[in-house]
Design a protein around this ligand. Structure first.
Ligand SMILES: C[S@@+](CC[C@H](N)C(=O)[O-])C[C@H]1O[C@@H](n2cnc3c(N)ncnc32)[C@H](O)[C@@H]1O
Length: 284
């Protein structure tokens, strides 16, 4: 199909048919989204002037993208980008696709601390670190990740957004010590091994397991983070962590046992308990 000179109508019909054959839900709507993402134009262009011909290279790119989507690849990977707060970030298999529910962590943290130094543990694409560096008044922002691939992607996003964050490779807070940050934000992996095995293939087959699994029970990495974070925050420094909604209260109890103060659980935009906020006590 892509070698022919196609009209807009024919191309849209062909892309829709490819998506339908791949059991993509709402194939025509998805075809219009792909049109917008791939050709960087409004989807109305696909519908207006239906008999106008499409540049063959554009038609070929759209057909290839439709085949990838039909094979189950997420839209953010096919388009190569994902939106997060003010940014459009590069997104591919090297890191988790930033999720809308993570955006709320930024507001919760900025309502408590806006200046000084901040670290984002498990930075992935750099979504949280870059947003907080832009929207807050911090003088130092560091993003840490265990994955070299994720850090490469975060560096690409730093360059494309004009960000100024520092990026460090290592295990949770280990590469930071000793330190006295004013704030720590994190969206650590928090699924259990069993939940991961039941994940929809559209996530499990395309996003890194290391960005999703927090341990056999799911809470292990978060617990280790709650323990280590006390050693890199200054007394009364703030912690904001995304947690699994089914284990938010368990995480709050663990934080309490580790001596955190001002512990609160907040709901995300879908009304699910998703964020754990806490403060390092003045004395521990
Ligand atoms: C759920 S993703 C979050 C990515 C990004 N912060 C976001 O919100 O979109 C978790 C990230 O933590 C990283 N990670 C996993 N284990 C880690 C560890 N022990 N130390 C540092 N980073 C880790 C993963 O590589 C992944 O990039």
């Amino acid at each position: 199909m892509s070698d022919l000179a196609l009209s807009r109508r024919e191309l849209l019909a062909g892309v829709t048919a490819t998506l339908r054959a791949g059991a993509v839900p709402e194939p025509r709507r998805e075809a219009l989204r792909l049109w917008t993402e791939l050709l960087s134009c409004h989807s109305a262009e696909a519908l207006l002037g239906p008999d106008e011909s499409v540049e063959p290279a554009h038609a070929a790119a759209l057909c290839r993208a439709a085949e990838r989507r039909a094979g189950g690849e997420p839209l953010a990977h096919v388009a190569g980008r994902a939106g997060f707060r003010r940014f459009t970030l590069h997104s591919d298999r090297r890191a988790l696709i930033p999720r809308p529910e993570t955006e709320g962590l930024v507001d919760l943290l900025l309502a408590r601390v806006r200046t000084g130094s901040l670290v984002d543990v498990g930075t992935g694409t750099g979504a949280l670190a870059l947003s907080l560096a832009t929207e807050g008044g911090f003088t130092t922002v560091v993003g840490v990740d265990l994955s070299a691939g994720a850090l490469e992607l975060a560096a690409e996003n730093r360059a494309s957004t004009g960000g100024w964050i520092q990026l460090v490779r290592g295990d949770l807070c280990e590469p930071l010590r000793p330190a006295a940050f004013d704030a720590l934000v994190s969206n650590p992996p928090y699924l259990s091994a069993e939940e991961y095995s039941r994940l929809d293939p559209s996530v499990r087959d395309w996003e890194p397991a290391g960005a999703l699994v927090g341990g056999v029970k799911g809470v292990e990495l978060t617990t280790r983070l709650l323990d280590q974070a006390r050693t890199v925050l200054r007394p009364e420094g703030w912690l904001a962590v995304e947690v699994d909604c089914a284990r938010a209260l368990e995480c709050a109890r663990r934080a309490s046992a580790l001596g955190w103060s001002d512990i609160a659980v907040h709901a995300d935009l879908f009304g699910r308990d998703r964020y754990l906020l806490a403060r390092r006590s003045a004395t521990t």
